[in-house]
Design a protein around this ligand. Sequence first.
Ligand code: NIG
Ligand code: FE
Length: 418
Amino acid sequence: MSHNLYVKNIGKVATPKGNKAIHGKAMGELDILMGPAAIVIRDGIIAYVGKESEAPGDLIQDCAVYDAQGGAVVPGFVDSHTHLVFGGFREEEFQMRLRGASYMSIMQAGGGIASTTKATREASVEELEAAAQVHLRAMLSMGVTTADAKSGYGMDLETELRQLEVIQRLQKSQPIALHATFMGAHDTPPEFKGRSTDYIEYLVQTVLPEVKSRRLAECCDIFTEEGVFDHEQTRRLLNAARAMGFTLKMHADEIVPFGGAELAAELGCLSADHLLQISEKGIAALANSNTVATLLPCTAFSLKAAYAPARKMIDNGCAVAVASDLNPGSCFSASIPLMYDLACIYMGMTAEETLTALTLNGAAAIGRADRIGSIEVGKEGDLVVLGYPCYKFLSYHIGMNIVHSTIKGGAVYTNHID
Ligand code: NIG
Ligand code: FE
């Protein structure tokens, strides 16, 4: 299906620019185009961004017309870290945490990731797909046009492949573009209890090659954390994954300072994620690398943990992305309004930096900054039309979804009821 769309009557276009992650304070330097502005999308690709009065007639002649009614337009949001596909829920565990139990104590007692793994192993492809669809619909309504989706609740060959197959099916059954990440190394499953190194070997020898040959994921992620997987195990898995052609990601420095950021930079990961406990050295390592620092403020909020030091990271030259971490345990939310507010109010980021973090830097964190993440001619036609005239309302209108319509590759998905 080809999508030719003429978006007119735009109050303001706000976007970062470029084909790679933006580091440091430059994250706050958006390109602003005052309205009345227009954007033309042809065959799903942006063909014009500029004054409405100067939109070339030949480009717009056969386009569907969308009136933004003076609303601001920003790039489609990229949620670069989700555990989208899972069975069951953990609402009781959340109540335990409210009463003071820690995330790791629940995990060590056999709950946490292990309980979702049990439920995921018992779920069919259809059940997993239907459950994920619910989240994707909500995400689309909040302006998300691309999202990462991880496996990691199977932790055996069959269920890891099933989760990734669900992601592949979702790719075709709904509009949000998905980036599939293999995360078999999410925890050590019961079959390998006390033998985490053997489990890593199993992933390297048996699971990764199968994921690769079926082309079910482009990226490989691992939970590098005290008591989960150490540096040596991380190196073994990620070096093997890189050799097979996967890009790399790492859950790093989430619960205790563990040198994860430094290791992610050294291994050339696309991103190091969480970083609540990042050290000074870790900040310097990321600032001097191409590894994006992906921060997940809703997880810190949900765990009542200290937020990642975003301000310090940006001031020291890191490229920061913000993502949801949607999962049934540490963060059962994919709320763009919540993460926008937490980033601005509790992590000291500006509205401009947060926009870059949710668009171009998110795109870089999944290796797609050349195609998405900004509103520029030649990039994919992924836009968010707001119900207010300025992107600043994304931070200011607390916890509210101000998305009027989400445009994916020129197709319009509207929240607006006339
Ligand atoms: O990113 N840290 C590990 N993984 C997830 C949580 C997964 C879960 O609790 O089910 C995270 O927070
Ligand atoms: Fe995660």
